[in-house]
Design a protein around this ligand. Structure first.
Ligand code: 13P
Length: 261
């Protein structure tokens, strides 16, 4: 389980969070389309704010870069002011959706039970779900990292048919590394990714686990991407700040892959 699995195509995703107006969004994806290295064997995605999904989708029409959303609500339609459904995201051209980002959990009180319902809705609509997990600094310092990850994974992922869950992507984003410039070391990230893969094996078996893509997120930059991607259980990155500039994000997409990958 510790050797990089060729089935796991690298995925580099940019989470724009609540940044960029429409003009800047379109300019960024136009520049990215030109800058993303030719022959890249993996997948690249950008997740703009909801208001920019359609214009960014238009700008990406002939580009291999995929469109993602930052969140969704599990109901199909109805009186849910301010919310967006999975089918609306599909209709807007989305390929994927982030679920349970730590900012959603911390600021908007998303729970593991909500993550599970959102995951179910995303799968039903044919969106690639990227479920985010990660511990806070306090949890890490009090040796609770593994317990927190286990609770988040079980709470969010338990009870699906393994075949239904096949498109799942998990993102390990230690909260203390998000937007702080304090990246997890490759060894710390690898240790957590391996733990997540073992949890996935416990839930759904070794074949499922060895095909599961696990992304690292938290202060990923052009400077640290190569050493992160050299780890056998790191299958890609979920990038915040450095995804807002075409030059830094395209350098991350063009990470120098170890020969084995
Ligand atoms: P930064 O890359 O800005 O630390 O953000 C990470 C993140 O939260 C991506 O979802």
């Amino acid at each position: 389980m510790t050797t990089a699995n060729p089935i796991r195509r690298p995925l580099i995703a940019g989470n724009w969070k609540m940044n960029l107006d429409l003009k800047a969004s379109v300019e960024l994806v136009r520049a990215l389309t030109l800058a993303v290295p030719r022959g890249f064997q993996g997948e690249v995605m950008v997740a703009p704010p909801f208001t920019a999904l359609t214009v960014v989708g238009e700008a990406l029409r002939d580009s291999p870069i995929r469109l993602g959303a930052q969140d969704l609500f599990w109901e199909e339609k109805g009186a849910f002011t301010g919310e967006i459904s999975a089918s609306q995201l599909k209709d807007a051209g989305c390929w994927s959706v982030l679920i349970g980002h730590s900012e959603r959990r911390r600021i908007f009180a998303d729970t593991d039970a909500w993550v599970r319902r959102k995951l179910e809705a995303a799968l039903k609509a044919g969106l690639i779900p990227v479920v985010c997990v990660g511990e806070t600094l306090e949890e890490r310092e009090s040796q609770r990292t593994w317990r927190v990850l286990e609770t988040q994974l079980k709470g969010g992922l338990e009870g699906f048919a393994p075949s239904a869950l096949a498109p799942l992507v998990v993102a390990y984003e230690p909260v203390w590394a998000i937007g702080t410039g304090k990246t997890a070391t490759p060894a710390q990230a690898q240790e957590a990714h391996l733990f997540i893969r073992k949890q996935a094996a416990a839930l759904y078996g070794p074949a499922f686990a060895s095909g599961l893509r696990i992304l690292y997120g938290g202060s990923v930059t052009p400077e640290n991407i190569d050493s992160l991607m050299a780890e056998p259980d790191i299958d890609g990155a979920l990038v915040g700040g450095a995804s807002l500039k075409a030059d830094s994000f395209s350098r991350i997409v063009g990470f120098r892959s170890p020969a084995a990958r």
